[in-house]
Design a protein around this ligand. Structure first.
Ligand code: PFF
Length: 451
């Protein structure tokens, strides 16, 4: 155990591992389509405000909990107050729900990467290609299985060091490419309407659903309220500046999401000829629009190959962190060995991913709560479980162990600059907002109360 914990102990190691988990499909695939759906600039503004308040508070709270106890979620809550062990269990449930459907989308990315690589980029950019692909039965299942296998091999071998090494090279490349394609997108003729839509907040588009959507996205994107940051905090050395590391992860994660939106939203406006309804393409946005952008660029096929391999990499580092968390929980709780746990968790992922995949084709007639299976799992984890876990984490830190416990941990080696913000957020603002968000998102989904 000691040996494993030391592998993330360097400062760069922690930041990279946490950033590798945080930066993934959430930034590149989910953020742009949500920004488009929830009103562009207003969503961006709400998201940024939430990131520096809620996001910061929860992330630093979780990392400090992990570093203080040296344990992952269930153990950390149990050690500090055993009555709250249930929060750890709830947190552990989130990655179990997310991982299977994450692999479905990872499989789509894999498919697009190989389509570009094997000279099928033109057809991948055609209208109807994406819908045609996801509504099949065999193909998407094949690709998601390949994605799960790739994740499982890394977790099976337990090579956190390897992931870190690759991250050091590929993460900066991802930044360069995302910024580069974003610059290309905004210089396309006709992009200005999209840029305005994305950057200029239109307050008439504001509603509680904007906040709910932004909050769910924030948890998802920063890998919060699911025990991951607690676990990563437990790998952190006591002499690392915790506040600074958390700020770096936040800036990195939010920056990539911002540029991903910049890359996709203006391009949608260009390729739909200003048809605003095209921005509501939902989960297909990245797969439908970007191939068209690439095909309109010089060297588009090569850029497409590069882009999809990097998205694939970002998705893999995230799914590795998801599977790693589930595997380490099952090893701890059920006393399985690591390899057996990896095999069983992979088989579980394969089985549970099936409805999410078939929900776009053969099983599209079955709609839990009026949603596709993938959206349903996304809803349960992001809009229901994560706010519950986040709420109890706030109560736990704010009233059970008290914010001072966290502040003391942070102040072990450096001043805690945003301490006041942290205390006010964790005790008062965050719990109240989380309850409002939880209730309204459930009522909304049930169609009882749509604001
Ligand atoms: N934060 C990841 C992303 O933005 O894609 C998704 C994710 C990774 C969620 C790991 C949960 C997790 F445990």
């Amino acid at each position: 155990m000691e040996k494993k914990r030391s592998s993330f102990s360097g400062k760069l190691g922690f930041v990279l591992a946490a950033a590798g988990s945080a930066v993934g499909l959430g930034n590149l695939w989910r953020f742009p389509y949500l920004a488009a759906k929830y009103g562009g600039g207003i969503f961006l503004l709400v998201y940024l405000i939430l990131a520096v308040t809620f996001g910061f508070t929860l992330m630093i709270g979780e990392v400090a909990l992990g570093r203080k106890t040296g344990l992952s979620a269930i153990g950390a809550f149990k050690k500090l107050n055993s009555k709250y062990t249930f929060v750890g269990y709830f947190a552990a449930l989130v990655p179990i729900i997310i991982m299977p459907y994450y692999c479905v989308i990872g499989g789509w990315v894999f498919k697009y990467f190989t389509a570009f690589l094997t000279g099928h980029s033109q057809s991948a950019a055609q209208d109807g290609y994406f819908e045609g692909f996801i509504s099949q039965t065999g193909q998407p299942i094949l690709w998601q299985s390949v994605f799960i296998l790739g994740t499982a091999i890394v977790v099976f071998l337990g090579v956190e060091k390897g992931v870190e090494k690759v991250s050091k090279v590929l993460m900066p490349l991802l930044v360069i490419l995302t910024v580069g394609i974003a610059i290309y997108s905004v210089t396309l003729p006709g992009a200005s309407a999209g840029i305005i839509y994305y950057l200029k907040p239109d307050f008439t588009h504001f509603s509680i659903t904007t906040v709910v959507g932004a909050m769910g996205q924030l948890f998802y994107s920063m890998s919060l309220a699911m025990g991951i940051m607690i676990t990563y905090g437990s790998y952190m050395k006591k002499d690392v500046n915790l506040e600074k590391s958390v700020s770096q992860i936040e800036i990195f994660d939010t920056g990539i999401a911002f540029f991903a939106g910049m890359m996709i939203v203006p391009a949608v406006f260009v390729f739909s000829g200003g048809d605003a309804s095209a921005i509501n393409a939902g989960p297909g946005l990245m797969f439908v629009t970007l191939p068209k952008v690439f095909m309109s660029m010089p060297f588009g096929t090569i850029i497409g190959i590069l882009f999809f391999i990097l998205v694939l990499f970002a998705a893999l580092t995230s799914s590795i962190s998801l599977m790693e968390t589930i595997v380490s929980i099952t090893c701890d709780r059920l006393h399985w060995n690591r390899r057996l746990a990896t095999i069983i968790v992979s088989l579980f992922a394969l089985a549970v991913a099936l409805p999410s995949s078939l929900g776009f084709g053969a099983w599209s007639g079955i709609q839990p709560m009026g949603m596709s299976f993938l959206d349903f799992f996304d809803f349960i984890s992001n809009s229901v479980l994560m706010p519950i876990v986040a709420f109890f984490t706030c109560i736990f830190i704010g009233y059970v162990i008290k914010p001072k416990t966290i502040s003391d941990e942070i102040k072990l080696n450096s001043p805690f600059k945003r301490e006041k913000l942290f205390v006010v957020m964790i005790k008062y603002i965050a719990p109240v907002c989380l309850i409002i968000i939880l209730v309204s998102s459930i009522l909304n989904a049930l169609g009882i109360f749509v604001i």
